[in-house]
Write a protein that binds this ligand. Sequence first.
Ligand SMILES: [Zn+2]
Length: 480
Amino acid sequence: MNSRVNSPMVFLQRHLSYEDHPSPKQRFSRWNSYELELKALISNILADKLIIFCPIPTTKAIISDFQSSVPDFCDQFELTANPLAGYCRVKTVRSQICNSDRRVLAGTKKGGVSQAIVLGHEGIGFIAQLSNTHTRNDLQVGDLVVLGPHFVEANDHCLKNGVPNLSCEMKHLGIHMNGVFADEMDFPEYTLNKITNSNEIIEKATNPSEYYDQMVFIEPLACVQRGYKLLQKQPYFNINAIETILILGTGPMGIIHAVHIQKKYPHIKVSITDIDSTRRNLAKNLPNLLADVVEIDALGDNIQFDMIVVATSSREANVHSAIKFIKHNGVILLFSGIDMKNGDVRPVINGIDIETVHRYEHSVQLINYALNLDAQITKSMYFMGTSGYVKDDFETSIQELHEDFMLGSELCLYRRIATSVINKLDGNVVHDLTGAFRDITFDMPAIIPLLKLFDENDANDSDVNVHNHLKILIRHENYL
Ligand SMILES: [Zn+2]
């Protein structure tokens, strides 16, 4: 065995021997430089050892292997010593549960995922560390950023065309890459978006915590705004001619639509409905929401709207209710995808696959659709699909949330859409913020049962009935 290989001893090179350097001065400088080399060598060895002895950084995280569909809490999820090239380390301040997190776990969205991953995709946080090779000069340690959960490679052709959200190659935080349900996580630089003017607004805020609660809505509001921006580009669409809108679904996304319309297009009369009375009550309880919360059966057969927003993954709502309630030549905005497992029948209306229209942001006109079998009533309508966001949508979303926040605690709306909060990622209690429900204590981190998709068989008062909540907010450790 060659003991030299593993020995920390350093062997002098022959040419550094004393005899080669007769002049005392030369001798000194040679030995001096040798000493420096030796010191460097020793400190390198020590540094190597230090890396070994340094504890590997870990974080609390909610993970899933997607195969069992059951999320799990991990107390010590390992990070690398430093962020890998092209990644930034972010300390999460706020995250939120989105229903698509539940759909992914339940296999009704992107059915094929099977790797172990940190869940969650809606979140904001502070940059804690940049990688050595970082290229985004607009990002600095200490910046408050919002995560954009879509990821595409720099050479993606959809990205080059300005629509990365339509890429078939798109990867997604919480599905293909580690997500935001962690106190600290490394994200690709591409997914970070600086929250512009955040310092100025925080200075004016009485409580920074309220500011964070508000700004975690950036991603969902960006997605909502995009639908109206796409519509404005269609030659058949004139927002000023729209007088009535019906929103199908009073979940968080339906309500974000209602609030956005109320703020940007106050001339429009908005009705919002849901088949679930608990959800309708949550909408009715929301302070300052002007939309009329209605029961779908009470609408009657003859009422029709200029525009329908489908903000529910229910197939029935997408395929039947939207068509029933749209006026002749009206516009149906397909915002939510439809709950579908691999192999389910496609939702096709007269040859139009409305799930494809949604996913790829198509704009389609359906002409003379026969509403009943004897075809005595026909009507025409437009379908506009909207899916995700592009970076510009983050800027306008930040602006709208800032304006709303500056109205003050009494009048501000978006923050109130979070009806429930969990303090700390592994907190066992989900606190009710509305006064209409109650705090619920689980015997595990509350986020785990609340990531379960709504089950019709859950009784209304059941603790795991996620329809008892609108947005569920997580305030991460250190930023409560
Ligand atoms: Zn989402």
